[in-house]
Design a protein around this ligand. Structure first.
Ligand code: AGP
Length: 608
């Protein structure tokens, strides 16, 4: 996810544009840049790092008065975070600049075509193809040039285009990524969300997919891609600026849970071929190591560790590989048996977790091949691993991992199928699993609409001091993740056990003050789970069961139930994630706590 902004019209201070960009920094912050037109030429300023570094590098220049400019803060998806890959991206003439939020899925083919027609590329970004496409189509009308260019694009984009020969206008287009436009005093504005607009106007227009607009000061013309004029009503916004950064959500955590359908779509992008096979171009260099691997080890912490457990159960189910999963703080001090036939999967959304990094260094010293599953381009983990699979979930501000967890699961399901096919054969079961995986975003939309129902249940259970999450098989990591979410943001003593372990001790804890959250989908272990639920009920424990919609047998043995749609049993950890996250979120919020900043915790544990 990135942030884009643009302003055009009567003269304004360049620093006003950058002030607006700063309000989008939560959307991405590994590099930043600005382009503005001065005396008929385009001026470009870009830095690797945060917006403050751009401000420092520009100094007095920011006091200039300009009439048109665009700016960008980046969350890298294609190409390392550096000055060259920072936006704006320009064309061959150096007169045209583009800022972009989204992922162009067919950028490789477009880049090859443009190169063959003599265009010169300078960056590794997908965005640069847009600059050269607009360049090719530009004669007189910039909007027509952009309209022609975006028709070639597959994927998601919110773009703003500026041209030195058209200093009186900006052209914007939107498909799949948010873009809002508005009018200030003699000024036209565009941005990724309304936050930067609020200083100028509270009446904004959210462009829809396939719309394109020409902004000339406070005159905004909107068209569809066929060139028909579109009339849209402005919405009046009464958020305050802090709210707006959360796009109206009370907390970043809730916003990020609600972003999960988009996060899943992005994690799936470019990874399923037209003949329904999994592809990971980023693993080509380590393909031999995957094919020859005789042992797989997963090293991770916290939520990432739970994702690793799901990967283990799934890969072992369909391949002859043994998968060992360990928390990095233990892995790094063990006498691990790693050699050239060992494949180590390091899972870390931040890519900066100290224990995980140390575990990777140890594994590499012993000759292992390391594949990182990570959300941050250019993070330490990506630089120290032999290959990296990027989760593409976009920045996650809330300390509790939510959308990055579901992105990890999606990537790991795909990786397990990819590895199985590399090691032996593409299992026929994968066809259905892949089909259902591709439809998860829609399933999530339905689940997320039940937030209020989950909140009602959270209200009923918010005052308990203890909770026990139980599960079997693939339900075990879900139980562990549910307990971690609840404990880290509500401070309730939530613990998780393999349900079969209850009788070996933990059941002694259960009574009417100790509710049980049972992960009980209609999978191969359901009857066993039902027995464990009944054992718990017999001890007086209140039971919340999370099961498969319409399961009357589960309804009859539970005090309260939450449901997910029936799905391939391997995918229950994924579809249950939003439910366990929302339950924890609502309990925390109802207890008057701040789920975004839980006490004692940090977003990235860079200490050992
Ligand atoms: C999960 O909600 C926590 N934020 C924490 O357990 C986290 O998953 C863990 O610190 C690992 O972080 P990483 O994925 O960035 O390595």
């Amino acid at each position: 996810m990135c942030g884009i902004i643009g302003m055009v019209g009567e003269k304004y201070r360049l620093e006003a544009l950058i002030d607006g960009l700063k309000k989008l920094e939560y959307r991405g912050y590994d590099s930043a840049g600005v382009a503005y037109v001065e005396n008929g030429s385009l001026v470009l300023r870009k830095v690797r790092g945060r917006i403050n570094q751009l401000i420092e590098s520009m100094g007095e220049e920011l006091k200039k008065n300009i009439r048109v400019g665009i700016a960008h803060t980046r969350w890298a998806t294609h190409g390392e975070p550096n000055e060259i890959n920072a936006h704006p991206q320009t064309d061959c003439t150096g007169k045209l600049a583009v800022v972009h939020n989204g992922i162009i899925e067919n950028y490789r083919e477009l880049r090859e075509e443009l190169l063959s027609r003599g265009h010169v590329f300078v960056s590794e970004t997908d965005t640069e193809v847009i600059s050269h496409l607009v360049e090719e189509n530009f004669e007189e009308d910039l909007l027509e040039a952009v309209r022609a260019a975006v028709r070639s694009l597959d994927g998601a984009y919110a773009i703003a285009v500026s041209h030195a020969e058209r200093p009186e206008e900006l052209v914007v287009a939107r498909k799949g990524s948010p873009l809002v436009v508005g009018k200030g005093q003699g000024l036209g504005l565009l941005a990724s969300d309304i936050t930067p607009m609020l200083s100028y106007t509270r009446d904004v227009i959210f462009l829809s997919d396939g719309e394109i607009a020409r902004i000339r000061g406070s005159n905004i013309e909107i068209y569809d891609l066929e060139g028909n004029r579109v009339e849209k009503k402005a919405l009046h916004v009464d958020w305050d600026e802090t709210d707006a950064k959360k796009s109206g959500y009370k907390h970043f955590m809730l916003k990020e849970i609600m972003e999960e359908p988009e996060a899943v779509r992005r994690s799936l992008t470019n990874r399923i071929t037209s003949n329904r096979r999994v592809v990971f171009e980023e693993l080509e260099l380590v393909a031999p190591a995957i094919a020859s691997a005789r042992k797989v080890m997963v090293v991770a912490c916290g939520t990432s560790y739970h994702a690793g457990l799901v990967f283990k159960y799934f890969l072992e189910r369909f391949s002859d590989l043994d998968v060992e999963v360990d928390v990095a703080s233990e892995f790094r001090y063990r006498d691990i048996h790693v050699d050239k036939n060992t494949l180590v999967i390091a899972i870390s959304q931040s890519g900066e977790t100290a224990d995980t990094l140390q575990g990777v260094r140890l594994a590499k010293r012993k000759g292992g091949t390391v594949i990182a599953v990570c959300n941050v381009v250019g993070s330490t983990l990506t630089r120290e691993s032999d290959a990296t699979i990027l989760m593409m979930a976009g920045p996650e501000i809330g300390v509790a991992a939510t959308k990055t967890y579901v992105s990890q699961l999606v990537v790991l399901y795909l990786l397990a199928m990819y590895m199985t096919a590399k090691k032996s054969v593409w299992r026929e079961e994968f066809d259905e699993i892949l089909y259902q995986l591709a439809h998860i975003p829609e399933v999530f939309e339905g689940l997320l609409s039940r937030s209020e129902e989950i909140c009602k249940l959270a209200k009923k259970y918010q005052n308990y001091h203890h909770f026990m999450y139980i599960g079997r098989g693939l339900g075990v990591p879900t139980a562990m993740e549910g307990a971690l979410k609840l404990k880290e943001i509500s401070y309730i003593n939530a613990t998780a056990y393999q349900a079969g372990e209850l009788k070996h001790g933990p059941i002694a804890l259960l009574d009417e003050k100790f509710p049980v959250f049972a992960i009980a989908p209609r999978d191969r272990l359901f009857q066993k789970m039902k027995s464990n639920i009944m054992e718990s009920v017999a001890r007086g424990a209140p039971i919340i069961s999370l099961g498969t919609e319409g399961d009357r047998e589960l309804l009859e043995v539970s005090h309260d139930t939450l449901w997910v749609p029936k799905i391939d049993e391997n995918l229950y950890p994924l579809v249950m994630a939003p439910v366990i996250q929302l339950f924890a979120y609502h309990v925390s919020d109802l207890r008057g706590l701040d789920p975004d900043k839980p006490r004692n915790l940090a977003k990235s544990v860079t200490v050992e």
